[in-house]
Design a protein around this ligand. Structure first.
Ligand code: ZN
Length: 279
């Protein structure tokens, strides 16, 4: 969490201090409550409150992301005060087992993922949404909004399972280009291609395109993961596999919060789809 804003902000406690963020080449302005911004993003906290703060400045630039991705961040940001933290140890809320559904075995779960692929998500919308989530993940990575990064990846995992998909080569190539290979998202993509992807459900054209699109280093990492003779990991569809939790208490807390957090992400996906369908 951010270092200077200790208490999780609510609409009852927010100060009225605001920051204007000018986003993208067009410098589209977004006005955001400073407390919220600094609590959920270490980057903005350091920029606005740290030793190197630009004194008294109430405008800051974000040049490397589009206004539409920043808009998603702002929507996520303002959903946080409406999402009360789950009381620890609340038996009503506590979930047991993994997130992402149960997978009795590699063969049955993988077969389920493929059985009715493309049944309920069009390719265009699917790729559009995954790309948005990838950009949001990259935004969280760059601007140190770690919960946003976690939520974006969780939604990516959930969305792949719901849509019975493997993330497309185009999206993976973009992710590999922009993220270090130590990132959880990279690990997720490797898992997808090592343990879930199969040529059986892909057309010859898709396979040909994937061969040209997927980076060689990534393919070698897929080979390393798949050629070791390991069984498909039991927690492959569990977003917590990619969260780098340090304690079991953190895992429990994450699992308790997951349904609420995904409601927020579902809203974001819906808003994104409505927005892109108007393009
Ligand atoms: Zn988790």
């Amino acid at each position: 969490m951010a270092s200077t804003v200790q208490e999780r902000p609510s609409f009852l406690t927010l100060t009225q201090d605001t920051i204007t963020i000018e986003v993208g080449e067009e410098k589209k302005p977004f006005i955001v409550h400073k407390d919220l911004l600094c609590y959920w993003s270490k980057y903005f906290d350091k920029a606005l409150n740290g030793h190197f703060k630009e004194g008294g400045k109430d405008t800051i630039a974000v040049e490397d992301f589009s206004p539409s991705i920043f808009g998603c961040f702002v929507q996520w940001l303002y959903a946080q005060p409406s999402m009360p933290p789950v009381p620890e140890g609340d038996p009503q809320m506590k979930q047991t087992g993994k997130l992402g559904g149960t997978r009795p075995s590699k063969k049955t779960s993988t077969a389920t993922r493929y059985s009715d692929k493309k049944a309920d998500h069009s390719d265009r919308i699917y790729i559009t949404v995954i790309l948005m989530l990838l950009h949001l993940y990259s935004f969280g990575d760059k601007y140190e909004a770690h919960d946003l990064r976690k939520d974006a990846l969780s939604k990516m995992v959930d969305y792949a399972i719901d849509g019975k998909r493997v993330t497309s080569a185009v999206v993976v190539a973009l992710g590999v280009k922009n993220l270090p290979d130590s990132s959880p998202c990279y690990k997720y993509f490797v898992d997808e291609y090592a343990f879930v992807w199969t040529p059986k459900t892909e057309s010859a054209d898709v396979i040909k395109d994937s061969r040209q699109t997927l980076p060689a280093g990534f393919l070698f990492d897929v080979l390393l993961a798949s050629a070791g003779g390991e069984e498909t990991p039991d927690d492959l569809d569990d977003p917590c596999r990619y969260h780098k939790h340090e304690t079991s208490k953190e895992v429990d807390h994450c699992r308790m919060q997951h349904p609420q957090r995904m409601v927020v992400m579902d809203e974001l996906v819906s808003a994104w789809c409505r927005g892109t369908s108007q393009d």
